[in-house]
Design a binder for this molecule. Structure first.
Ligand code: ATP
Ligand code: MG
Length: 353
C-alpha cells in the first residue's frame, strides 16, 4: 500500500485552475520534490496535502484512509503531518529548546520525556549547545535547523517542506541540502519537498515531480530526469541543454550544420520538426577529426567562458547560424576563432516533444 496517494487533484480559484489533474503516489519513507517555476502550483498542492484547503476535485489518501475530498478534509492537526512554511518562522519569544519542545507539550508528554526527545533531536541537527538561546541570537542556518528539529521531533507520518532554505545565502543553502538528506536517511519520514531550485531537488530527492502551469510534466529519479527528459520544458528546466531541430529527409535527419542517420537516432520516424535535447557535456571537442562511432562535425569556436571547474564553449558547426554550447574540462583550451571537431554521440540525443 502506498503511503500518500493524490488522485486527479484539481484546485481552482474562481475561473483560474492553479493545479490541474495532479496524480502522485508516494511510498513509505520516500522523499519526493515538487519542482517548478514560480506560480506553477507547488505551494497550493502542498497546502492541500496538509489539509489547509479542499481540492476542487480529486482525493487524497494517507495509509489507505481518505483524508481529502472536495466535500470534506481531515483538519491539519489530525493528519500526523508536520509542515514548514515558505516563510518559516520560529517563535521569537521562546528559546531553541522551547521551540522544539512545544509540539510535544501540546501532545501532553511528560516533562522528562520532552527533555530527552528535545536533546536527542538537537544533537542530530547539531544545536544542543544552543538550547537556551533565543532566535534573535541565532544565524539564519541555525534558525533553519531549529525549524527542522521542531518539525521532526513530533515524529510525523509525513513531512511537508515548502522552500525551507529560501531565506539562506547560497553557501548555507548548499550545506543544508545535505543536512536535510542526512536527516531523511536517519528518520525515513515520508517527505514532500517544494523548491524551485533544481540542484536542491536533485541532492535531496528520491524522485522529482516537475510542474509547469499547474500540471505534472514528468516524475522520475533525478538522473532519469536529467538524462531522459520527456519534454522541452523539462530538458530546459533541469540543467543546461542544446535544442536541435531536425527534419527528416530519406534515411537521414538534417540538423543545422550536420545530419544523422535515422537508424542512429531515437524517435526519428516522425514527420515534421523533430526536436532533440543534447547536453553540453555530452559533446566532445577535439582539434583533429575523431575516428570513432560518433558523428564528427567541423565547427568554429564562437565564444567561451571559463567557469573554473569547466569551460563553457560556444561552437558553431560550419554552415550553421547558431552555435552549440559545449562543456569541457578546465584543461581543454581552444582560442576563439579556431577550427575544432565536435564529437556527437547520437545516443546522447534525446527526443523531446
Ligand atoms: N488563495 C488564492 N486565490 C487566488 N489565486 C491563488 C491563491 N493561492 C494561489 N493562487 C494562484 O495560484 C497559482 C499557484 O500558486 P502557488 O502558491 O501554488 O505557486 P508556487 O508554485 O508555490 O509558486 P512560488 O514558487 O512563487 O512559491 C498562482 O498563480 C497564484 O497566484
Ligand atoms: Mg510557493
Amino acid at each position: 500500500m502506498s503511503k500518500l496517494v493524490l488522485s486527479n487533484i484539481t484546485k481552482s480559484f474562481g475561473a483560474f485552475e492553479a493545479v490541474k489533474d495532479f496524480s502522485l503516489e508516494l511510498q513509505k519513507g520516500e522523499f519526493v520534490s515538487l519542482l517548478g517555476p514560480s506560480g506553477c502550483g507547488k505551494t497550493t498542492t502542498l497546502r492541500m496535502i496538509a489539509g489547509f484547503m479542499p481540492p476542487t476535485s480529486g482525493t487524497i489518501e494517507l495509509d489507505g484512509q481518505t483524508i481529502s475530498t472536495p466535500s470534506g478534509v481531515v483538519p491539519p492537526e489530525k493528519r500526523r503531518m508536520s509542515m514548514i512554511f515558505q516563510s518559516y518562522a520560529i517563535w521569537p519569544n521562546m528559546t531553541v529548546g522551547e521551540n522544539v519542545g512545544f509540539g510535544l507539550q501540546v501532545r501532553k508528554l511528560a516533562g522528562a520525556e520532552i527533555d530527552r526527545r528535545v536533546d536527542r533531536i538537537l544533537d542530530v541537527v547539531q544545536m544542543r549547545g544552543l538550547r537556551g538561546r533565543y532566535p534573535a541570537e541565532l544565524s539564519g542556518g541555525q534558525q533553519q535547523r531549529v525549524a527542522l528539529a521542531r518539525a521532526i521531533v513530533v515524529e510525523p507520518e509525513v513531512l511537508l517542506l515548502d522552500e525551507p532554505l529560501s531565506n539562506l545565502d547560497a553557501n548555507l543553502r548548499e550545506e543544508m541540502r545535505f543536512e536535510i538528506r542526512r536527516l531523511h536517511d536517519e528518520f525515513k519520514i515520508t517527505t514532500v519537498y517544494v523548491t524551485h531550485d533544481q540542484s536542491e531537488a536533485m541532492v535531496t530527492s528520491d524522485r522529482i515531480v516537475v510542474m509547469n502551469k499547474g500540471r505534472i510534466e514528468q516524475v522520475d529519479a533525478p538522473h532519469v530526469l536529467y538524462g531522459r527528459p520527456k519534454s522541452r520544458f523539462v530538458a530546459g528546466f533541469i540543467g543546461r541543454t542544446n535544442f536541435l531541430a531536425g527534419r527528416r529527409q530519406g534515411s537521414d535527419v538534417l540538423f543545422e550544420g550536420f545530419s544523422a542517420a535515422t537508424s542512429l537516432l531515437e524517435g526519428a520516424n516522425g514527420t515534421g520538426e523533430l526536436l532533440y535535447s543534447l547536453r553540453p557535456q555530452a559533446i566532445g571537442l577535439a582539434a583533429q577529426k575523431p575516428n570513432g562511432g560518433a558523428l564528427a562535425v567541423e565547427a568554429e569556436i564562437a565564444g567561451r567562458s571559463y567557469l573554473g571547474e569547466y569551460w563553457d564553449y560556444q561552437a558553431r558547426p560550419l554552415g550553421a547560424a547558431k552555435p552549440l554550447r559545449v562543456s569541457t574540462g578546465p584543461n581543454t583550451v581552444f582560442e576563439i576563432g579556431s577550427r575544432v571537431w565536435l564529437e556527437i554521440d547520437p545516443a546522447a540525443m534525446v527526443r523531446v516533444e
